[in-house]
Design a binder for this molecule. Structure first.
Ligand code: SF4
Ligand code: SF4
Length: 90
């Protein structure tokens, strides 16, 4: 159902404005309390209908920082998505 930002995030902010559905919040709004950016799972549509690949991962300068998360039943998920935990962009 979503992609996930991992703890290698350097808080550069490159991803946040790329998201077409405003699913990303910065560290100050991260509900987990971690000092990294965060993807709101319920909002993320894996960029389906907007881009060929997740725009956040394409913009992120940190290798492997954004990974696939679970694809919940009934959620919008990319057809060519990887397994949970795999980097969205290798
Ligand atoms: S995959 Fe697309 S919709 Fe999901 S957080 Fe990244 S930019 Fe937003
Ligand atoms: S682009 Fe990558 S490193 Fe920068 S804030 Fe977003 S997830 Fe973190």
């Amino acid at each position: 159902m979503a992609v996930k930002i991992t703890d290698t995030c350097i808080n550069c902010g490159a991803c946040i404005d790329e998201c077409p559905v405003e699913a990303i919040v910065d560290d100050s709004e991260n509900p987990t309390g971690e000092e990294i950016y965060y993807v709101i799972e319920e909002k993320c549509i894996e960029c389906v209908g907007h881009y060929d690949e997740p725009a956040c991962a394409a913009a992120c300068p940190t290798e492997g920082c954004i990974v696939w998360s679970d694809c919940a039943e009934g959620a919008t998920c990319a057809e060519n998505r990887g397994e949970p935990g795999e980097p969205v962009i290798e």
